[in-house]
Design a protein around this ligand. Structure first.
Ligand code: GDP
Length: 480
């Protein structure tokens, strides 16, 4: 195992200085890089801080900042960044996208650093920001928390060296390593079509990759035809966490994809089957959470306040973010991250946002009348509460895997997925989360031996009376 540099991403509100900071860091390290080399924007760059005393002095920055890009990469399941920077304008303070960023970072469960920018401006108020952050459960070190906070000016460079060192320190605590001998773990971060073909930018996080290596797109094998570093120079191989571009694809792959080194059955099929879960009801998402997370958008501050006050009385509903204005792509990504839904009041939803919501399976509900909005949410809250109580009264759960007819009697092969089930228990049968009937467990066997109890992880044969029309895939639940 060898140490590898951290991969860092910057999140924060628009105009708070993400690009300026990335540019400053890139330029100040460029002088050290090869003379005459023109860095190419490949979606990420690597610098050598030359700071000593850490396992590694290099850092890789993802240079498409912002939570939309972050969420997009993450929505494909890729955890590319090791560390996030939450950048806040020292003058303007915490804004909507700062709050969104906090949610995204916390959901990604990666360490982060609060970076207060524009400290060169006399109006900057870092102390005020640190205090305000407490509201969002972001406790910086000076406030008794664990989150490092660094004050910088992306314009003058003040504090940037300190920031780089803080990144290295955090990275050393994370003990980031890689193993040269394992299969490479390569994430695709940007793609574009050029004359020379499809150029894919990527970051490698484990193993190592060489020109000529074979990878797979679905079942088709492909070859890494050429690789280039962030100066556009051809390279023969890469080691973590270096960003690079390569040729080898014929059509544009999806950003966020993990490069596969095994043939995979067509991913399209999976997509189709998961489409079945798209449902227009509000209850779809919260089933797992038992809480309805809302992103609230309204036409004015007045209506926003009215809705919020009314919502405060509804149990099980939590407003993650509220703002005035139309529903945006960021709202969809945030809803996806927190497994919530987007509620609009008298706002519009642009067509591309509707499409994104469909694609990401996020529910948007838009209302024109506050009363209707509240009535519907009340109803949802009620159902969620019932569900929660029901859940508490469930002793055990099993999935029907097979059915047999033995001596004229229907026997079900089940796998116990939760708790325990006893012979004689009253049982409820569910299909697609819907109750289809009640019965009783009258025979229970494990490998043809009679038993009185089965527990989570065990497989058993069950007979129910009365015999309902139970099929494979149904769930049977033992009710207390
Ligand atoms: P982004 O949208 O977060 O990428 O923000 P930008 O990097 O585009 O910066 C927005 C504006 O803030 C630009 O006009 C920058 O010049 C300015 N800016 C960024 N950082 C600083 C800073 O540290 N000090 C001052 N005074 N201005 C800054």
């Amino acid at each position: 195992m060898k140490p590898r540099p951290p991969v860092v991403t910057i999140l924060g509100h628009v105009d708070h200085g993400k690009t300026t900071l990335l540019d400053y860091i890139r330029k100040s390290s460029l002088a050290e890089k090869e003379i005459g080399g023109i860095t190419q924007r490949i979606g990420a760059y690597e610098i050598d801080t030359k700071i000593k005393g850490y396992p590694n002095s290099k850092i890789t920055f993802i240079d498409t900042p912002g939570h939309e890009a972050f969420a997009k990469l993450r929505s494909r399941g890729a955890n590319i960044a090791d560390i996030a920077l939450l950048l806040i304008d020292g003058k303007d303070g915490i804004m909507t996208q700062s709050i969104e960023s906090i949610y995204h970072i916390k959901n990604a469960k990666i360490p982060y650093i609060v970076v207060i920018n524009k400290i060169d401006l006399p109006e900057a108020q870092p102390e005020k920001i640190k205090n305000e952050l407490i509201k969002y459960d972001v406790l910086v070190e000076e406030k008794g928390g664990k989150i490092p906070c660094v004050l910088v000016s992306a314009k003058t460079g003040q504090g940037v060296a300190d920031l780089l060192e803080t990144i290295l320190l955090l990275a050393s605590e994370k003990n980031l390593t890689f193993d040269e001998k394992v299969k490479p773990e390569v994430y695709l971060i940007e793609t574009k079509k050029e004359k020379r073909g499809v150029v894919v930018s990527a970051i490698i996080k484990n193993g190592h990759l060489k020109v000529g290596d074979v990878f797979f797109e679905g079942e088709k094998s492909k070859k890494i035809r050429a690789m280039f570093n962030d100066l556009g120079k051809p390279i023969k191989e890469v080691y973590p966490s270096t960003p690079f571009t390569f040729l080898g694809y014929e059509s544009l792959p999806e950003v966020g994809t993990l490069l596969s080194f095994n043939p995979q059955s067509s991913p399209k099929k999976e997509e189709k089957s998961s489409k079945k879960t798209i449902d227009k009801t509000l209850l779809l998402k919260p089933q797992e959470e038992k809480k309805l997370f809302l992103i609230l958008k309204a036409d004015s501050f007045g209506s926003l306040e009215a809705i919020e006050n009314a919502l405060a009385k509804i149990e099980n509903c939590e407003v993650v973010l509220k703002s005035v204005g139309d529903i945006t792509r960021s709202d969809i990504f945030l809803a996806k991250t927190v497994k919530g839904i987007v509620i609009g009041f008298a706002v519009s939803v642009p067509a591309d946002v509707v499409n994104l919501a469909k694609q990401e399976k996020v529910i948007i509900k838009n209302y024109q009348i506050i009363y209707e909005l509240l009535e519907e949410l009340k109803e949802v809250s009620k159902i969620l509460k019932e569900k929660e109580q029901k859940e508490k009264s469930i002793k055990g759960e099993a999935k029907i895997l097979a059915t047999f007819l033995i001596e004229g009697e229907k026997v079900y092969g089940v796998s116990v997925t939760k708790g325990k089930i006893n012979l004689g228990d009253p049982m409820e049968v569910y299909r697609n989360e819907k109750l289809i009937g009640k019965t009783k467990l009258v025979s229970l066997k494990i490998r043809a031996k009679r038993v009185l109890e089965v527990k989570k992880g065990e497989e058993a044969g069950m007979i129910f009376s009365p015999p309902l029309d139970i099929t494979i895939g149904d769930m049977v639940k033992s009710i207390l």
